[in-house]
Design a protein around this ligand. Structure first.
Ligand SMILES: Nc1nc2c(ncn2[C@@H]2O[C@H](COP(=O)(O)OP(=O)(O)O)[C@@H](O)[C@H]2O)c(=O)[nH]1
Ligand SMILES: [Mg+2]
Length: 453
């Protein structure tokens, strides 16, 4: 039996309505001490899931607000436990007074994410679904929200469940064979392990493949602006951001750290990363910046190479170009088009080369079109895309363990050797869904939520 917790579930801002929420065994009795129904009946006798008019008052009986309250009996509630929600007028003062009255009536303050944590612990939500709740709340685009909503509904979970169940089946069979070698256990040949493992590994691989898209969906396209110092990288970031985000000077090496700025370029959300110029340097601080920019380019979804079109390409430019060419998505920009043309597009070995002027904004619309062609649209946003790094990491470990198990089967290793891998895969899958996840990890997940969710 879990104790009654209460919180304000709406933001701390003036709004039309604000909601006080309680959950736990006996929450209607607790709420009923300070919220009395206009029909004179006790709150715990209110019909299930029906909005009832009543008055919220403090311990001294002073009226705080006229409100609507709804009593939802578990397990058919968000948390799986009895739940009461009281809709007040959305004044932070009213809500604070109401919450205080509920505490005096016996409710305990809810911790961050405690409502959703209870939903998870009570089996209302798998961990993937609970994690999607916070993604839904924090979604910055309609697509990201749509995918998170699908995940809350369990679209991803439905793909993961059969894989987990297969692994449990295989493990239990292995155990039966190993623990009771003399018993007449139905013959379970090699193919009976190999076939489902292969199918499941394939399905898992397909899910892993969606993570690249998923990361972009959630965080935007990580776009590193690279080039030697003074070509106009920071000016480009400022032009795209629409304000002076980064200091621009004519002194080479001004940007010494990496700067990140979310911007919409066309219909695509970019996380623009301005790097210190890539070049050989003796200056220690700048050298750190240079290393950081190499890494930023390596980890980016898109590399935007910038050169100064008013000067011929130098050896430094060519070194940066070499680093960019290995990248799947790279765009070259010839900047300072207002100063004359010492560089033409055919000088640069990129699929896309666009002359721009960061100073006037000329050419940036063409850049936006190109970025849209590369990244916008085409992404399923139905909840089937893996967006969570924790889940991705566990899925990857499960996949690797399954491959290892398959290899073991092929090499004819002993069942217990193969079993170790299958169990590792099962544990990793259990971490994704929450079936076998460690308490400290769940605690960390729910700490990311706000109080009242
Ligand atoms: N004429 C002209 N100057 C530019 C343009 N873009 C940047 N600059 C100048 O080039 C210098 C270096 O710019 P900055 O953005 O700091 O380059 P970064 O070192 O690559 O970040 C500054 O003096 C800018 O004003 C441009 O399109 N045209
Ligand atoms: Mg700069």
């Amino acid at each position: 039996m879990s104790h009654v917790i209460a919180a304000v579930s709406t933001g701390n801002q003036i709004s039309a309505i604000g909601i006080l929420r309680l959950t736990g065994c006996g929450c209607a009795e607790v709420a009923g001490k300070v919220f009395t129904l206009n029909n004179g009946k006790p709150l715990q006798e209110a019909p299930d899931r029906k909005l009832m008019l009543g008055q919220l008052h403090d311990a001294q009986g002073r009226v705080i607000d006229s409100c609507l309250g709804v009593y939802t009996r578990g397990p058919r509630s968000y948390t799986g436990e009895d739940t009461v929600e009281i809709q007040c007028h959305g004044s932070p003062a009213v809500l604070a007074a109401g919450l205080d009255a509920l505490f005096q009536a016996g409710a305990k303050p809810a911790k961050r994410g405690e409502f959703t944590k209870r939903a998870f612990l009570n089996g209302q939500l798998a961990l993937t679904q609970a994690e999607a709740v916070i993604d839904l709340i924090e979604a910055e685009t309609a697509d990201a929200a749509a995918n998170a909503a699908g995940q809350v509904e369990g679209v991803l979970q439905k793909k993961l469940n059969p894989i987990y169940n297969d692994l449990v089946d295989i493990c239990s069979h292995f155990h039966a064979v190993l623990d009771y070698p003399d018993e007449d256990i139905e013959d379970f040949g090699l193919a009976n392990y190999t076939a489902p493992l292969r199918t499941d590994a394939k399905a898992l691989y397909a899910i892993m493949q969606t993570y690249g898209q998923g990361r972009i969906l959630k965080q935007g396209v990580a776009a590193a602006i690279v080039g030697k110092p003074n070509v106009g990288k920071s000016s480009l970031l400022n032009a795209l951001a629409g304000y002076e985000r980064v200091i621009v000077t004519e002194i080479a090496g001004t940007t010494r750290d990496t700067v990140e700025e979310p911007v919409m370029v066309g219909a695509t959300r970019l996380r623009l990363i301005d790097t210190a110029g890539i070049r050989q340097t003796d200056d220690q601080i700048e050298a750190m910046g240079v290393e950081r920019s190499r890494q930023a380019a390596e980890n980016a979804d898109l590399v935007i190479f910038v050169c100064d079109g008013s000067q011929p390409l130098s050896e430094e430019d060519r070194e940066v170009i070499d680093a960019c060419l290995e990248h799947e998505h790279a765009i070259a920009l010839i900047n300072k088009s207002d100063l004359g043309q010492a560089v033409v597009p055919s000088d640069l070995p990129f699929m896309t080369v666009i002359p721009i002027c960061a100073k006037t904004g000329e050419g940036l619309d063409l850049l936006a079109d190109t970025v849209d062609l590369m990244f916008a649209g085409e992404m399923p946003c139905d909840g089937s895309v893996l967006t969570n790094p924790r889940q991705y990491d566990a899925v990857r470990r499960a996949y690797e363990a399954m491959l290892s198990a398959l290899q073991g089967l092929q090499l004819g290793l002993t069942p217990d050797a193969v079993l170790t891998d299958v169990e590792a895969a099962m544990d990793a899958m259990g971490e994704v869904t929450g079936a076998t996840v460690r308490e400290d990890i769940t605690a960390r997940i729910f700490e990311r939520f706000c109080v009242g969710k």
